[in-house]
Design a binder for this molecule. Structure first.
Ligand SMILES: C[S@@+](CC[C@H](N)C(=O)[O-])C[C@H]1O[C@@H](n2cnc3c(N)ncnc32)[C@H](O)[C@@H]1O
Length: 396
């Protein structure tokens, strides 16, 4: 995700209705803290802030994506993103004979609409386009958009709240899903590892560091980063839910590709000694900041993805890491420049706008290098479109 403005501490006050929802969520979190004996791990706090039924940032009714929301994602920036992804999907369908698409957390529904539109034009439509969406409000928004953008394909789209129970063949797709999985925050205090907890001081929340008592976790954290190489006070994150999530999804994939796109880097960069304050970030009305306790449920909380952890989890689940590259190389290998040329702008202004959008997707200072694409395959010939250009798997 990216914000439209620079960082600033002048946050527009949420409307009273939103503040009332946030207060209800805060009460629920206080109840959990009290039941847990005074504090909960940060990952549980983050999970509740994002996904508490009806109250969390993603499970509630807020506008999140686009200029009126808190951030923009690649499908919101340009339809070129979805059109490029279609090239990769159709190669998988060709290899399999046919297949479905399963998109995790489909946001506004734009990626689904762009993909279906392009796959339709290529005569390579999926039998079904399944959207796994936990938010009722987003599901409604996706239905409205897809009915309007591709009414003739609407009957192919299926919404689910949980993973399908039968095996899946085709392309599973997650754009910026991994960065929305809850993380633990940990700190090297110079002698041992500590985990961040959230407790209460009266009605207010407060952050507390607890020494990690679990020997296995203490050892695992000291393996993630070398205590001898980092200064006391070094803080970072890891996702305890990434590997279990990937395992569940991989078990479902009979044949095809799991394509994940997100911001992040390999482990040696993630836990680099100079990256001493981790990657945890909040997004609110296109401002980014670090105050995770601000207005629970009204702001996004996110962390970068450790792509080495993704590759390790994939290997444990017997998936092949079939490609790992930057978003820029992925989109260019899928023909972004050809799509741009073929579009033939109706006017000078619309042409310039398209070029500007493409630049946002691929330039190194924008999304081009910070965002990575990883392809995890089972029973599919490789390399697939997107991964034939620059292969960065050796960095994982
Ligand atoms: C940053 S948003 C990205 C939305 C959209 N993919 C886009 O690119 O605009 C993250 C999305 O991931 C979804 N998500 C997080 N964990 C998920 C899971 N386990 N299964 C399905 N969706 C999930 C969230 O509900 C949210 O809609």
């Amino acid at each position: 995700m990216t914000s439209l403005m620079n960082n600033t501490h002048e946050f527009p006050e949420p409307p009273p209705q939103a503040l009332a929802v946030s207060r209800r969520l805060a009460a629920l979190i206080r109840t959990e803290i009290s039941a847990a004996g005074g504090s909960i791990p940060f990952s549980r706090y983050m999970e509740l802030c994002l996904y508490a039924p009806g109250l969390g940032y993603y499970s509630g009714g807020l506008v999140k994506f686009g200029p009126r929301g808190d951030f923009v994602t690649a499908p919101e920036i340009s339809p070129l993103f979805g059109r490029c992804l279609a090239r990769c999907c159709s190669a998988v369908f060709e290899a399999l004979g046919e297949g479905d698409i399963l998109e995790f957390g489909a946001g506004s529904g734009r990626l689904a609409a762009d993909l279906l539109g392009e796959l339709g034009a290529q005569c390579s439509l999926p039998a079904r386009y399944i959207i796994l969406e936990r938010s009722a409000v987003l599901k409604q928004r996706q239905q409205d958009l897809l009915r309007q953008r591709c009414p003739h394909l609407f009957s192919r789209v299926v919404w689910l709240e949980n993973l399908p129970e039968t095996g899946f063949r085709g392309v599973m797709l997650g754009n910026e899903v991994l960065d929305a999985l809850a993380v633990e925050r940990f700190r090297w205090n110079g002698e041992t590892m500590e985990l961040l907890h959230v407790g209460c001081q009266g009605e207010a929340f407060e952050l507390r560091w607890h020494v990690v008592q679990d020997d296995a976790l203490q050892a695992a954290l000291q393996k993630l980063l070398d205590p001898a190489a980092v200064a006391a006070g070094y803080v970072s994150e890891f996702s305890p839910t990434l590997a279990p999530w990937l395992r569940t999804v991989a078990d479902l994939l009979e044949q095809g590709l799991l394509l994940l796109i997100d911001y992040g880097c390999p482990r040696h960069e993630y836990y680099h000694p100079q990256r001493a304050n981790g990657t945890l970030t909040c997004h609110y009305r296109h401002r980014w900041h670090e105050d995770v306790l601000l207005w629970p449920g009204l702001q996004d909380i996110t962390a970068d993805v450790d792509f080495t952890a993704v590759a390790e989890a994939a290997a444990a689940a017997r998936l092949d890491v079939s490609g790992y590259t930057t978003q820029a190389y992925f989109l260019l290998d899928c023909g972004l420049d050809q799509f741009l040329q073929a579009a033939g702008p109706a006017t000078m202004t619309s042409g310039l706008k398209q070029v500007q959008q493409a630049k946002t997707l691929i330039l190194p200072g924008e999304m081009g290098e910070r965002f990575k694409c990883i392809g995890l395959a089972r029973g599919v010939e490789q390399p697939l479109p997107g991964f034939r250009g620059q292969d960065f798997r050796y960095r994982l």
